[in-house]
Design a protein around this ligand. Sequence first.
Ligand SMILES: [Zn+2]
Length: 312
Amino acid sequence: MRSFTPSLRVLAVTLAGAALVFSPVGGQATAKAPAAEKADCFVPPAGSAAKGGRGADTRDMSVAEQKAIEARTAQLLKAKAARGVGVPQGALAAATVPVYINVMRDAAGNGDVTDTQISQQIAVLNKTFGGQESSAAANTGFTFTLAGTFRYNNTNWHHDKQSSTYRKQTRKGGKNALNIWLVDFSYLGIATFPWDYSRNPGIDGIRVQYTSLPGGSATNYNLGETATHEAGHWFGLYHTFQGGCTSTNDEVSDTPAQSSSTNGCPEGRDSCSLPGLDPIHNYMDYSYDSCYNQFTPGQSTRISNMWTAYRA
Ligand SMILES: [Zn+2]
């Protein structure tokens, strides 16, 4: 999830997904209420609750659920390795991900994006997952190719109403396909996680504010890197501030802990006493698009493992 606000990105609450909230009032956290977001997403099995919210609550899920996901992933990887499935130990998975763009316009046709913006968005995904924005950035080995663009005119869908229904009706491809629904809502984006695919494949993918595409009108968030952030969740990454100032944090060892999400690009921010400055340039923080420049090697490894476990 990525929140969208002129001056403040707020951690919102989501269920089996992570989002970015868009607060219309500067400085005032107006994250959607958990209940609304829960209703918006699918109802998960017991134990799979989406958390988040404001202030000190920096989790997308409970500690227990996070632990269970790690254990389940490790088990799946072990079982697949025993069967010779997946890449050899020490190697990283890589794939070309087919991307389906679903443009949800309103009944009058508002909310459209151009084919040029879409091709630029695909280029941004390739640049960011390819580690091309910083010498410190990891090349994840994943590339993206446009598999199709589909445009709909439906005012409810445009405003992300009936999202479970419209996603099930319009989703394309298999578990390896990234569906992007371009909508106009109070978030920059919301994603589903890979470990939820098997129990609800019809909604798998990411919902992205259409004005965040390259050339869009979302000031500070219009370089197309919301889609990178949401795709990061889709691959199984948490926010870098997940868990706040804890050593477990986001389950990635080379992303220093941070107490909360970042707004803007505050160079040198250091919000935890644990080692390392806050990873404000990481795509899984909430910084401005222009501030983002990397996934880390640890995140690349996590993406590879999650892919092998759930999407390969
Ligand atoms: Zn997020």
